[in-house]
Design a binder for this molecule. Structure first.
Ligand code: ADP
Ligand code: ASP
Ligand code: MG
Length: 407
């Protein structure tokens, strides 16, 4: 008899018929003799709707109240799934985040899980019932509701699995597993039977939203056996594993993209020590993450341009902060461009193979796609390109690295 955590995403929970389908899947695991904790997302579109309501009420909504509102979508689906399970003859009860509790930091909107109380969960599972838990929500030490950041239900599921020392954490979503790229953009993307934690972590962090980055980080650290599979089919999914569990390693595991990027160019920054520190210091002080950075050395003049990216959702704030720092830094002007995306290729094979970057640059050049910035890590190369080329670039790279499924 195994203890398993099953997580169902928004599309899987979108409506009563689909919730009944989820209940049937949970029932199958229970009838196979497993103890089951289920983590659920809000219905698809519901969290977006709640976020929009907060913005409408006030663009400056207090983060703690924002969390009260946006966490509510998951409360609804826990209750509905418990009802559907009971109706299917399975004993089940819901727990809200504050009831377990799922204790988090007080960083509202992006809280981190610190601890999960397991006593009530264990009592429920040991008594032969299913526990239904909301993803995405937690509570601070002083009792205020928090949320974990968009896509956070994956992290809730892994954290519950780690706390319960579950045998498996199965993430059910609307595709059949982790693919070599987003199957909604490239129909010839291939489902991976296995992927390493390291590659999955890198893919998630450069935009593959099939798993939230933090969920992979946590699974890797806590050694949670993680699988991604579909709520709508019985095909085998993808297992996230250690590197030594993969027999034949491909050079590139996958291609990912991120639309939440905006490019900022600061024109004519004085070429002196401290200028760049002043620019990025101002952004860091406002908690704005800078991603790609390009700076050239000044030749004849005493100034140079500095280009970097910030999350598109933070661009307005970044511009205001930089304009405020113009006097101190002494630059001439600022140009912002929201019409950019980041496209990345990821693979542990890169560590030991030359020429991976050249393949990328050539494939893009052959299609006339201009590269505006580049960053690399040991197992990733990212480029910034104009947004209109996103789908073409992803498709071309997928082909260039030999990832296309046979026609
Ligand atoms: P859920 O609501 O179940 O959490 P998400 O929408 O958060 O689902 O994540 C699943 C989506 O991730 C898929 O529908 C797919 O479009 C997208 N995706 C992006 N990259 C990949 C990839 N490499 N493999 C599979 N899905 C991907
Ligand atoms: N409902 C939340 C969101 O849409 C959390 C999740 O689904 O993972 O971001
Ligand atoms: Mg998700």
């Amino acid at each position: 008899m195994s203890l398993i955590v099953m997580k169902f995403g928004g599309t899987s929970m979108a409506g009563i018929e689909r919730i009944r389908n989820v209940a049937a899947r949970v029932k199958r695991e229970v009838e196979a003799g497993n103890r089951v904790a289920v983590v659920v997302s809000a219905m698809a579109g519901e969290t977006d709707r709640l976020v929009a309501l907060c913005r409408e009420a006030s663009p400056l909504a207090a983060p703690a109240e924002y969390d009260v509102v946006v966490s509510s979508g998951e409360q609804v689906t826990t209750g509905l799934l418990a009802i559907a399970l009971n109706a299917a003859g399975i004993r089940a009860r819901s727990f809200q985040g504050w009831q377990l509790p799922v204790t988090t930091s007080d960083a509202h909107g992006v809280a981190r899980i610190q601890e999960i109380g397991t006593a009530a969960l264990r009592a429920t599972l040991d008594g032969g019932a299913v526990a239904v838990i909301p993803g995405f929500q937690g509570v601070t030490a002083d009792g205020r509701v928090t949320t974990l950041g968009r896509g956070g239900s994956d992290t809730s599921a892994v954290a519950v699995a780690a706390a319960l020392k579950a045998d498996r954490c199965d993430i059910y979503t609307d595709v059949e597993g982790v693919y070599t790229t987003d199957p909604r953009i490239v129909p010839r993307a291939r489902k991976l039977a296995r992927i390493t934690y390291e590659e999955m972590l890198e893919l998630a962090s450069v935009g593959a939203k099939v798993l939230q980055t933090r969920s992979v980080e946590l699974a890797m650290k806590e050694k949670v056996r993680l699988a991604v599979l579909s709520s709508f089919s019985d095909e085998p999914g993808t297992l996230v594993v250690d590197e030594d569990e993969i027999v034949e390693q491909e050079l590139i595991a996958g291609v990912a993209y991120d639309r939440n990027e905006a490019k900022v160019t600061i024109v004519a920054v004085p070429d002196r020590p401290g200028a760049v520190a002043a620019i990025f210091g101002a952004l860091a002080g406002a908690n704005i993450n800078v991603d790609m950075i390009v700076q050239n050395i000044a030749h004849d003049s005493a100034t140079t341009d500095v280009t970097f990216t910030v999350p598109r959702t933070e661009l307005a704030r970044a511009k205001a902060i930089l304009e405020g720092a113009r006097g101190e830094v002494g630059f001439e002007r600022l140009i912002a461009d929201e019409n950019v995306v980041k496209v990345s290729v990821v693979g542990v094979g890169m560590k030991s193979h030359a020429g991976v970057a050249v393949t990328m640059f050539r494939a893009l050049a052959d299609r006339g796609i201009n590269i505006q910035a580049i960053t690399t890590s040991e197992i990733k190369i990212s480029v910034l390109i104009a947004e209109e080329y996103l789908e073409l670039a992803v498709r071309v790279l997928h082909t260039a690295y030999g990832l296309d499924a046979a026609a």
